[in-house]
Write a protein that binds this ligand. Structure first.
Ligand SMILES: Nc1ncnc2c1ncn2[C@@H]1O[C@H](COP(=O)(O)OP(=O)(O)O)[C@@H](O)[C@H]1O
Ligand SMILES: [Mg+2]
Length: 234
């Protein structure tokens, strides 16, 4: 009897990625031929030494940067085949970013920072704004709506950044060392919040971290080393 094997295509697929940077007359190859599949809803931790290409990989996944060659597909969208305008639209609509240094807009209030992704996507109808503001309560900033980011502590700024990254219901959340600029206790609370929000939003998440302890909380651990990806046991 023949055995039928049904393979569902991965939610995210990277194929034969090549990426280099040029510095002066030096070429620095970051990825020569990279393949990677990520399943829907997975939480992937990305480890690797400084300079191994972790941020480069996130920028490729998020459509901020393009590879020299190869394909990046997210769901049914082939990112590498989109025009720049289409890629920007895709990124705004379907990707959420969290960075080490929060990247909040200093001239906007907490509520305005939070709602920005909705505004940019034309999703800021009154009921959508109300639901978004509930997310502020959830990250413990409900009473800080009118504050400016500089009035918030580092942990509070990162909680706002988490809420902002998820407010538009992205398919993919990309976090680049999100606890790297926080003390250990605050970082731990941010991580817990991130895990709760990730489960609740059922979003897919790739997080860069230096901590094996943090990585152990992920579904999968990937180690970038010399342009190659190794899978480690969580
Ligand atoms: N825009 C750029 N131009 C030239 N070199 C770059 C650029 N961005 C990153 N690099 C280099 O590429 C390598 C990988 O960088 P990066 O992805 O930021 O590593 P990681 O996030 O793992 O520390 C590093 O050697 C870095 O200096
Ligand atoms: Mg980096």
């Amino acid at each position: 009897m023949a055995i039928l094997i049904v393979t569902t295509p991965a939610f995210i697929a990277l194929r034969n990625l090549r990426k280099h940077y040029t510095e002066g007359d030096q070429q620095r190859v970051i990825f020569a031929d990279l393949d990677l599949d990520i399943g829907r809803g997975e939480f992937v931790a990305l480890l690797g030494q400084s300079g191994s290409g972790k941020s480069t990989l996130l920028n490729l996944l998020g459509g901020i940067d393009l590879p020299d060659a190869g394909q990046i597909r997210i769901s049914d969208r082939l990112l590498t085949a989109l025009s720049e305008v289409e890629r920007t639209r895709f990124r705004r609509r379907h990707i959420g970013f969290v960075f080490q240094f929060f990247n909040l807009i200093p001239t906007l209030t907490v509520a305005e920072n939070l709602l920005l992704p909705l505004e940019l996507n034309g999703l800021a109808a009154p009921d959508q704004r109300e639901r978004a503001l509930e997310l502020l309560d959830q990250v413990g900033l409900g009473d800080r709506r009118a504050s400016f980011p500089e009035r918030l502590s580092g942990g509070e700024q990162q909680r706002l950044a988490l809420a902002r990254a998820l407010v538009h219901g992205p398919w993919l959340l990309l976090a680049d060392e999100p606890t790297g600029n926080l003390d250990a206790a605050t970082g731990e609370r941010i991580l817990e919040l991130l895990l709760t929000l990730h489960r609740q939003a059922e979003t897919t998440m790739v997080m860069v971290t230096h901590s094996r302890e943090v990585a152990a909380r992920a579904d999968r651990i990937l180690m970038l080393d010399n342009g190659r990806i190794r899978e480690l046991n969580p």
